[in-house]
Every structure is written in structure tokens, then in C-alpha cells.
Design a protein around this ligand. Structure first.
Ligand code: 5GP
Ligand code: ZN
Length: 117
């Protein structure tokens, strides 16, 4: 069922507490935790508790949860005292998506190039 936890999903297991993570914030609908392989001094993932394979599917099927994820990125950036930060949703293996549970990356604490590589 769309939105239901998936047995083979790493992030569903983090939501369920079956895999440990360094959780920085949790709400009724979202969990935020530090990326295991940080690409910047601050690198936090914000995920919806419901399972959708990418941000577009989340926005289409569970728009409130999508809005909650986006709102959390700002709350966390404020808590982490990030003056500037980048929010990234990778969609598709061709741009580096490796976990098929929608997630926002919050990256900050260093300068960054534009356009991204
Ligand atoms: P993607 O490449 O799909 O956009 O992002 C997946 C992210 O999940 C990667 O940045 C990767 O480092 C992170 N990641 C993968 N496995 C784990 C894990 O077990 N724990 C945590 N905290 N992050 C993970
Ligand atoms: Zn999942």
C-alpha cells in the first residue's frame, strides 16, 4: 500500500527505531537525523514517516507530509544556526538517489558551488 512501511526500506526502519540514527528532531509526521556519510559540516536528512519513493510522489499523495518536511528544513536550519544552506531532493539513480524513501538533505556549514556537480 502506498504510504505504508516497507520491509526492505532503510528509512522506514529508522522511523520504526529498528536501525539506530542520530536523531536531531522528530514530529508527528517527520524524523530528522544526521547523514551517516556527511558531505558538509552540517548534513541532516529530513524524512516523512510515511513511505513514498521520492519527493514528487510524496507531494502528490501526501501533500501535508510534504509540507511538513519542507517546514522542518527551516526549523532545523535555524536550530543548527545555518546562515545559508542547501536543500536537496535527489530523484532518480542518475542524480544520486540511493534510498527510495523521500528525503530532504540539508547541507550547510561550508561554501558551495553553483551549478552543482
Ligand atoms: P540519496 O543519495 O538517496 O539522496 O541520499 C541517501 C542518503 O542516506 C545518503 O547521503 C547516505 O549517506 C545516507 N544514508 C545511507 N544509509 C544511511 C544510514 O544507515 N544512516 C544514516 N544516518 N544515513 C544513511
Ligand atoms: Zn521507507
Amino acid at each position: 500500500m502506498p504510504g505504508e512501511p516497507q520491509d526492505d526500506c532503510l528509512f522506514c526502519k529508522i522511523v520504526a527505531g529498528q536501525i539506530p540514527a542520530t536523531i536531531v528532531r522528530e514530529t508527528d509526521t517527520t524524523v530528522a537525523f544526521r547523514d551517516i556519510n556527511p558531505q558538509a559540516p552540517t548534513h541532516i536528512l529530513v524524512i516523512p514517516k510515511v513511505h513514498y519513493e521520492n519527493a514528487a510522489a510524496l507531494a502528490a499523495e501526501a501533500p501535508q507530509a510534504a509540507a511538513d518536511v519542507l517546514r522542518e528544513t527551516q526549523v532545523i536550519a535555524d536550530e543548527e544556526k545555518l546562515e545559508a544552506y542547501r536543500t536537496v531532493f535527489n530523484t532518480g539513480a542518475g542524480v544520486g538517489q540511493t534510498v527510495w524513501h523521500a528525503h530532504a538533505h540539508i547541507l550547510g556549514g561550508r561554501g558551495m558551488q553553483w551549478p552543482p556537480g
